[in-house]
Design a protein around this ligand. Structure first.
Ligand SMILES: Cc1ncc(COP(=O)(O)O)c(C=O)c1O
Length: 394
């Protein structure tokens, strides 16, 4: 760590936009259509909590870091151990596959497909393996060799394309149309894929349900949550309002400045796409288009949007691994730390910190959405092997 642990965050250029379209009250208006019905939420919890190996992931208290950053509490949900796949995404794609094929008498005749930068595809491949169907996964040019290997280990056939994530999504849909495959996507750009993308998000709600149980009535005041296509952030917004109503936390969505589709949509007040010209190291967040399923919820319920530069990612990973203030060391991958990095950057900036109402009474929830899902990359970014860290999370 540098002499001043927080200096990389102090110098970072962070952009902030307040969501002008958000609802001012936390109470659900009578005519509001919820993102998920109660039955859907109950079903995803009942199904996933019966899968072999299910156990809630830990919610850690980073009290040493909280003291240093002058806030009341930092709660860290560590998804690194989720079903041995290393990320919260294990809950989504696999759940959608199981839902789609549960009633199918011959899953071996079915092919599921998806585009991925790693974690979602791994979940789909794992789900396909459990249920016994074929799985074809599209990855883009920058997806690491380690992530490609993990997909193959789950039995997926992997197709690497030239171009970025959004191009891999297009290629996946086109191949599915030609071959009669089922697309299991975590995003949708029109209404046609909405049901599946929503089912994926219903899978994520198991994680939010665990958080609500773990915190009980002690709702956080803020959540800093990383965004790719926005499916996770929308689930967080919806579930926390459902659970905590008027006490629901302020939701701050954090994205890479190289892929700011949620930030730009909030700025324009409508869903807009951005061109991802340069890949961010936060691979899971490298998305140019917001999911149509997620956007209406985010537009109503997300409070703020931040973008952060890649320069703060490795320092945030090292901070969690080194735990210099007496907290448990945590293994967190590149896409997991965006929320934490955004929070620390905001806290180092008086204007932003006051705009976000961060102070000594704040209780901040961070969701560490992945562990070292690419161990070689983790080591190159932090200078240490994930397995050497106190509580390795995979
Ligand atoms: C580790 C990790 N965190 C966060 C996200 C963002 O989720 P969403 O694309 O639903 O916004 C992803 C997406 O792949 C991810 O892999």
């Amino acid at each position: 760590m540098p002499v001043n642990t927080f200096s990389p965050f102090t110098d970072a250029s962070v952009k902030h936009v307040r969501n002008a379209g958000r609802e001012t009250s936390r109470m659900r208006p009578a005519d509001d259509e919820p993102l998920f019905s109660k039955q859907e939420l109950d079903k995803s919890f009942a199904t996933i909590s019966r899968w072999p190996g299910y156990r809630p992931t830990p919610l850690l208290s980073l009290s040493g870091l909280a003291r240093k950053l002058n806030v009341g509490a930092i709660h860290y949900k560590d998804e690194g151990g989720r079903f041995g796949l290393g990320s919260f995404k294990a809950l989504g794609g696999a759940y959608a596959v199981s839902n789609l094929l549960a009633e199918n008498p011959d899953p071996s005749s079915v092919t599921v497909t998806s585009a991925t930068d790693g974690n979602h595809g791994l979940s789909v491949a794992w789900g396909a393996k459990q249920i016994g169907c074929r799985c074809v996964i599209f990855i883009h040019a920058e997806v690491s060799a380690g992530r490609e290997r993990s997909l193959k280990l789950q039995g997926a056939e992997v197709i690497r394309i030239d171009g970025n994530y959004d191009e891999s999504v297009r290629r996946c849909y086109s191949a599915a149309g030609d071959n009669n495959w089922i697309v299991v996507s975590d995003t949708s750009s029109d209404d046609s894929g909405s049901d599946v993308a929503r089912t994926v998000m219903a899978g994520y709600s198991v994680m939010t349900a665990e958080i609500v149980r773990q915190l009980d009535t002690n709702a956080p005041t803020h959540v800093f949550i990383q965004g790719g296509v926005g499916g996770l952030a929308a689930t967080v917004c919806e579930y926390f309002r459902l659970a905590w109503g008027s006490a629901a936390p302020r939701i701050v969505v954090v994205e890479p400045n190289r892929a700011p589709c949620l930030f730009e949509s909030a700025r324009k007040g409508e869903r807009v796409a951005v061109d991802v010209r340069e890949e961010t190291v936060m691979a899971g967040l490298s998305c140019g288009e917001v999911s149509v399923v997620a956007w209406p919820t985010l537009q109503k319920l997300a409070d703020d949007f931040l973008t952060i530069p890649d320069s703060v990612v490795a320092p945030a990973m090292c901070l969690l691994a080194e735990a210099p203030f007496g907290d448990s060391p945590v293994v967190a991958g590149e896409s997991a730390v965006a929320g934490l990095a955004g929070f620390i950057c905001a806290g180092q900036d008086d204007e932003l910190s006051s705009a976000l109402q961060l102070n000594q009474d704040s209780r901040v929830l961070i969701i560490g959405t992945e562990g070292a899902t690419d161990p070689a990359l983790y080591e190159s970014m932090t200078g240490r092997g994930a397995a050497s860290i106190g509580r390795a999370s995979i």
